[in-house]
Write a protein that binds this ligand. Structure first.
Ligand SMILES: NC(=O)C1=CN([C@@H]2O[C@H](COP(=O)(O)OP(=O)(O)OC[C@H]3O[C@@H](n4cnc5c(N)ncnc54)[C@H](OP(=O)(O)O)[C@@H]3O)[C@@H](O)[C@H]2O)C=CC1
Ligand SMILES: O=C(O)C1=N[C@H](C(=O)O)C[C@H](O)C1
Length: 269
């Protein structure tokens, strides 16, 4: 079978560069275009050189439409507003769209779901194998350890540049806990505590956010009971784990029927 041609949007970003490196190392995938914002100083630069793998002849462009027209799939780790726009273009082109962007609101998610009626979309707050396996374990633990005996808290830390909180991964893990408990996360989550909060309400799922330095991504789900505590954790040491997962998702989605898929679908977890 011929290689899948991929376009990376947000090609100059932290994940954009990791994606370009990952594509060059994975059989069956080929970079066909790299896109950045029209006002980016990176427009016109060689995408491979910027990503540190040497010139690859793909010049960073500012127009997504010709890029999407020659691609079989899009890898998108940008911002919610851009991702919604790219979902529309990918749907028109009927090509696979892998979305790693976090911080999407309900309206963004509705528009992404609408685009998924026309093309396959894989969207996940975390593309790594480790975190998606952790989500399975969290679901099991939350089911086994009920709300009368165990409190669930999700703790995350990321680098100082991160703009959204809680992280997409923290929300994914919180969602796994809610599924295990058979409750709706939206009705049970406590995302901020400040001042005289009162005692913890049983059955809630708490979130705590730390930001600083160059931390790639640390997540822990703590199940705290009386006299004992279980902590399920994942530490991302390198962005290549997300990039490899995203390329794997694109290869999985290529030629698949339209729909909104998760990394758990891709990994069969
Ligand atoms: N799901 C997962 O596994 C992971 C998800 N993420 C998520 O991915 C997203 C990006 O993270 P990160 O790479 O660290 O962020 P960066 O800010 O380093 O990269 C984002 C890039 O996208 C560019 N961009 C924004 N809008 C457009 C547009 N309309 N057209 C083209 N390019 C655009 C930005 O340009 P400019 O700087 O000019 O705005 C920037 O270069 C975040 O939401 C993050 O949470 C990150 C890691 C893993
Ligand atoms: O912004 C990041 O860097 C990351 N974002 C994702 C998230 O919001 O969970 C995934 C990863 O933890 C890195």
């Amino acid at each position: 079978m011929s290689e899948m041609g991929l376009v990376v949007v947000g090609a100059a970003g932290r994940m954009g560069q990791a994606l370009i490196r990952a594509i060059s190392a994975i059989d069956g995938a080929r970079l066909v275009a790299a896109v950045e914002r029209p006002d980016s100083p990176r427009i016109g630069q060689d995408a491979g050189e910027l990503a540190g793998i040497g010139k690859n002849g793909i010049v960073i462009a500012d127009d997504p439409l010709p890029a999407f027209a020659k691609a079989d799939g899009v890898l998108d780790f940008t911002s919610p507003a851009s991702t919604v726009e790219f979902a529309g273009y990918a749907a028109q082109a009927r090509i696979a769209h892998v979305i790693g962007t976090t911080g999407c609101g309900a309206e963004d998610d509705e528009r992404i779901a609408a685009a998924a009626r026309h093309a396959p979309i894989v969207k996940s707050g975390n593309m790594s194998l480790g975190v998606n396996l952790l989500a399975v374990l969290v679901e099991q633990a939350a089911k086994a350890l009920g709300p009368d005996d165990f409190d669930i808290e999700v703790l995350e830390m990321h680098h100082r540049h991160k703009v959204d909180a809680p992280s997409g991964t923290a929300l994914l893990l919180g969602q796994a806990a809610a599924i295990g408990r058979e409750v709706a996360l939206a009705d049970h989550s406590v995302r901020v505590r400040d001042g005289h909060t009162g005692a913890r309400a049983a059955g809630t799922i708490g979130f705590a956010t730390l930001r600083g330095g160059s931390v790639v991504g640390d997540h822990s789900v703590i199940l705290a009971g009386s006299g004992e505590r279980i902590t399920l954790s994942h530490v991302a040491e390198d962005r290549s784990i997300f990039a490899r997962g995203a390329v794997k998702a694109a290869l999985w989605a290529h030629g698949r029927k339209p729909g909104l898929y998760s990394m758990r679908d891709v990994l069969g977890l």
